[in-house]
Ligand binder design. Structure first.
Ligand SMILES: NC(=O)c1ccc[n+]([C@@H]2O[C@H](COP(=O)([O-])OP(=O)(O)OC[C@H]3O[C@@H](n4cnc5c(N)ncnc54)[C@H](OP(=O)(O)O)[C@@H]3O)[C@@H](O)[C@H]2O)c1
Length: 260
């Protein structure tokens, strides 16, 4: 794995909307332009899937199905975001800690890259709470967190749109925006993504297709029981752009959901 301080030395071919090779570039001028959000409030989700739909590999982690091409785009997306929003399950599984903003990409947001965790229960590992992440949770979750995270870092988001004990994700995003965290990068996991999609909160969905199969076992990038919501279930998506890594065949798509 390449360190997040270096630009992966891997070319990418832009296939859609125009054919173009994006050679390695420490400033990532072209990728930064392709993924620019235009400022203001924007919610992007970024996920990786195998060809046969697996969201993780044999070790139950998504790191085992990604590669340098995915990493190249991943670090640009983080550079352009104010905050990374992630479900507590992924934070626990993948060992999330305080984030470092990748250096180099043009248009990178100045200042630290915030991490916001979404949890109903508030049961977060001590190594994580010790880094004082933002936490978007329920009243019960906030009680469970207690003093482990400074109170001004805990957003209680329950509201009329959600059942008691559920996080109102729209209210959570409003609270983040009120803190100046308008450009949101949701890195999953599958349960959080399902709820975000169902609530109609995702502007664009970036999906890397990893050139491998993992067979039965791993779940998809969307999981959960589903339920009512303004954007639940079957719906169209519009291709924004498509990149191809010539060395491996990895495909990196940006799907626009609002304009589809
Ligand atoms: N392929 C990819 O791109 C990708 C990306 C991320 C993760 N993953 C993989 O996905 C697996 C984890 O899957 P997962 O579905 O369990 O991840 P997840 O969605 O991050 O975690 C589920 C947990 O997050 C919290 N959560 C999620 N949605 C919530 C909501 N709407 N409201 C309140 N809390 C919410 C809850 O935490 P509490 O239990 O604390 O209440 C819930 O139990 C790992 O193997 C990870 O490696 C893959």
């Amino acid at each position: 794995m390449t360190s997040d301080t270096e630009t992966p030395d891997v070319p990418l071919d832009l296939l859609v909307p125009s054919a173009e090779r994006l050679g390695p570039d420490p400033a990532e001028q072209r990728l930064a332009a392709l993924y620019a959000t235009g400022g203001g409030r924007h919610v992007r989700a970024n996920m990786i899937s195998t060809v046969d739909g697996g969201a993780w590999g044999a070790d139950h982690l998504s790191g085992s199905i990604n590669d340098a091409a995915d990493w190249r785009v991943f670090r640009v997306l983080r550079a352009l975001a104010d905050v990374v929003l992630v479900g507590a399950g992924t934070a626990r599984a993948e060992g999330y800690r305080a984030l470092r903003r990748p250096r180099g990409p043009a248009g990178a947001v100045p200042g630290p890259l915030e991490l916001a965790l979404v949890t109903r229960t508030g049961r977060l590992p001590e190594e994580l709470t010790a880094t004082s992440p933002l936490v978007v949770t329920t009243r019960q979750g906030a009680r469970a967190i207690g003093a482990a995270v400074p109170p001004d870092r805990v957003v209680v988001a329950e509201g009329p749109r959600t059942a008691p004990g559920e996080v109102d994700l729209a209210a959570g995003l409003d609270a983040l925006a009120d803190r100046g965290l308008a450009a949101v990068l949701c890195e999953g996991g599958p349960h959080l993504l399902e709820a975000m999609l169902r609530a109609g909160l995702v502007d664009d969905l970036c999906v890397t297709t990893s050139p491998r199969l993992v067979g039965a076992g791993p779940g998809r990038i969307v999981a959960g029981a589903g339920g009512p919501g303004p954007a639940a279930g079957d719906r169209p998506a519009r291709l924004g752009h498509l990149l191809h890594a010539p060395g491996t065949g990895t495909l990196l798509a940006r799907w626009e959901l609002r304009s589809a």
